[in-house]
Design a protein around this ligand. Structure first.
Ligand code: PMP
Ligand code: GLN
Length: 396
């Protein structure tokens, strides 16, 4: 609850306390202090030239009016083929796939369509920031289960206890932002078992589906027994092709669920980025070499930043996926992530994100700080050089 002094004028009750996102705040701080920005997760290199040229061609060819509400047929076909090719899933482009304005709109439209006042939504903390806001906008109540330890695992009994007769939906994210965790098959089976037993819907955010390292495997929860009929699966071209500004995402699921999400989506934006839809359709049809080299490149950056952070004295929690690495700041004598991050531009000339803001129980994540490694090697090297040279990390 916000204190009276923090209340935003005009803002409706259910959105009090959401203020400005941590990503916007930290990017502004980076500009203001001329720090190296490893806060907001966006690549500083463009995605494949073939994809950006397809967007330019689409504009020049006159594809500049509203695309159809569910998305262009050429893109829905490409999404269906992509899901079949990489995940072995079958979605009918006609009715089971909806193109959205980024994963953000797919998440908001799903929550608005499928939940409302009196419903409860279970999610894991730390959680991506738009989840709490989306649940609040729908009028539902969130219940969180904390991911703990170096592998950010959860306690099955705790998860079970979070479910009540009012639980309508479970909101899952794997690969997981901010921790870099990739949920294991066993964990997903536990989640799936409970959702089937309690007849609860699942919305799964898989925007980092192509960024999975080592022997870890991305398993879509919709492929587990009993799950296809109750799951909406969300992904985004922003993360797959490093064009985060294009804001093209999608939701896939059984026709009745997608029809509900489409009803909400049509009154949020109606349709999304026509020319970009053509380009993303081309991107999803790129050869395996593109997808392999993308994850290979990010794996190298993960090593580069993790090694630099370790050299600067941080205990690094090795991410299994995404393009974020988490450190435990207690290893450098700090204890409060928000204070540490507010001081970091001064102590080191670097910006990072305090994971604490992604928790309801703020003591759980106080010691965790997230750095993004989707940046040019020289940018990562400069950040590491500054962190290693820092004369301690006192807090503001
Ligand atoms: N979910 C997660 C876990 C994210 O990290 C992000 C940020 N890319 C989004 C959703 C939002 O994706 P988009 O930019 O496609 O709206
Ligand atoms: N998903 C990005 C991150 O986690 C940020 C997206 C945004 O700024 N809304 O850093």
């Amino acid at each position: 609850m916000t204190s009276p002094a923090d209340r935003a004028p005009y803002l409706t009750e259910r959105l009090q306390g959401f203020g400005t996102t941590i990503f916007t705040a930290m990017s502004a701080l980076a500009v203001e202090t001329q720090s190296v920005n490893l806060g907001q997760g966006f690549p500083d290199t463009d995605g494949p030239i073939a994809v950006s040229q397809a967007a330019i061609a689409a504009i020049n060819e006159g594809h500049n009016q509203y695309p159809p509400l569910p998305g262009l047929p050429v893109l829905r076909d490409a999404i269906a083929d992509h899901r079949r090719r990489f995940r072995g899933q079958d979605f009918d482009p006609d009715g089971e796939i909806l193109v959205t304005t980024g994963a953000t709109e797919a998440l908001a439209a799903s929550l608005l369509a499928l939940t409302g006042p009196g419903d409860e939504v279970v999610t894991f903390e730390p959680y991506y920031d738009s989840y709490a806001a989306g649940i609040a906008m729908s009028g539902a109540t969130r219940r969180v289960v904390t991911l703990r330890g170096a592998d950010f695992s959860f306690d099955a009994a705790e998860l079970e206890a979070a479910f009540t007769p009012a639980t309508k939906l479970l909101l899952l994210n794997t690969p997981h932002n901010p921790t870099g965790k990739v949920f294991t098959r066993a964990e997903l089976e536990t989640i799936a078992r409970i959702c089937v037993e309690r007849d609860v819907l699942v919305v799964v955010d898989e925007v980092y589906e192509h960024l999975v390292y080592d022997d870890n495997e991305h398993i879509p929860i919709a492929t587990l027994p009993g799950m296809a009929e109750r799951t909406v699966t969300i992904s985004s071209a922003g993360k797959i092709f490093s064009f985060t500004g294009w804001k093209i995402g999608w939701a896939c699921g059984p026709a009745p669920l997608i029809a509900a999400v489409r009803t909400a989506k049509q009154f949020l934006t109606f349709a999304s980025g026509g020319p970009w839809q053509h380009a993303v359709a081309a991107g999803l049809r790129l050869g395996d070499d593109f997808f392999e080299s993308y994850v290979g490149e990010m794996a190298g950056k993960r090593e580069r930043l993790s090694a630099g952070l370790a050299d600067a004295g941080f205990e690094v929690i090795r991410p299994q996926g995404t393009y974020f690495v988490t450190v435990d700041i207690r290893s450098v004598g700090a204890s409060d992530g928000i204070e540490f991050c507010m001081a970091l531009p001064r102590t080191a000339g670097v910006v990072a994100v305090p994971s604490q803001v992604f928790y309801d129980n703020e003591n759980e994540g106080r010691h965790l700080v997230r750095f993004a490694f989707c940046k040019k090697d020289e940018v990562l090297d400069e950040a590491c050089r500054r962190l290693i040279a820092a004369d301690g990390f006192e807090e503001d």
